[in-house]
Design a protein around this ligand. Sequence first.
Ligand code: NDP
Length: 326
Amino acid sequence: MFNALVLTQEDKQTLAQVSQISETDLPEGEVLVDVACSSLNYKDGLAVTGVGKIIRNFPMVPGIDFAGTVLESSDQRYKAGDQVILTGWGVGENHWGGLAEKARVKADWLVPMPSNCDAVKAMQIGTAGLTAMLCVQALQKAGVKPSDGEVLVTGASGGVGSVAVTLLAQLGYEVVASSGRVEENAPLLIKLGAKEVIERSELDIDATPLERQRWAGVVDTVGNKVLATALAQMNYGGAAAICGLAGGFALPTTVMPFILRGVNLLGIDSVACPFEKRQSAWQEVIKLLPESYYQQACQSISLAQVPDFSQQIIKGQVTGRVLVKL
Ligand code: NDP
């Protein structure tokens, strides 16, 4: 028997409890993993609290990512003792996930642990950090260069946001961080490499279709009016990589930035991202993220603390990344 966070539903309320489960309870899959770490992402917060209708079948073990050691594998790509990472593929949503001491998953969903990385580092980065790297790579591919001018990161104190600020700064971009918690988090965001921190309220407005041009690039984790304003403020030919909806899934914009300024909107999905792209993003994020990120922007919690931190993350009260040690 081993520990797992198990979600059940009673009177339409989601209940989260640390319980003992056994290997025979785990779903089918080719690879059994001894999970060393998981992490807390916004989507985990939605699932564990039940605020987002992420989970349809109960009981469910949440946890959209994990890292650990292979115990058994019937797939030739993996053998006992291999270090692996999993993010996405609906794990922790419709297949039992990483907030348990063991997980059984499909071999196709795994990525071998990159060199210079271990389970702790992998989950300090986690789904959020991988997504930040995919956003940065999308901007690079769209031709946004450090010499083009300022790059905006919205929801900058969060997991995706704080990694994006750090990666962009490491690559030499002039990073402007937008946050709803400037007083609390500006010192950290400056340490991570932002050259300026602006109030979220400056962007959370009913912008006109075209505003004064300011951003060469945008990494958006927030959506809604914040993104609409950022789009109206983009430089001619700029690009926005968008991955999140922490401020809502609406996008109250017009076609103007796209048809008059040639702005590019780049949709980012980490969940079903193909293996080669995923592996290259892992290698790049590990290469670029400095030790100072892990020291300054990551905290560690136990399985029992996950329900409490889930409440906090959906209220926008968590800063940086949260590692869950199993
Ligand atoms: P976090 O909670 O760590 O970060 C979100 C940040 O957004 C907060 O820290 C806060 O930053 C800001 N925020 C919170 N609430 C609001 C609000 N009501 N209005 C505006 N801003 C708000 O979450 P993650 O970094 O894990 O995820 C960020 C987003 O990206 C989520 O929507 C998540 O679902 C999405 N995501 C998408 C992925 C994909 O594959 N497309 C993968 C991973 C994440 P501050 O206080 O600085 O303003």
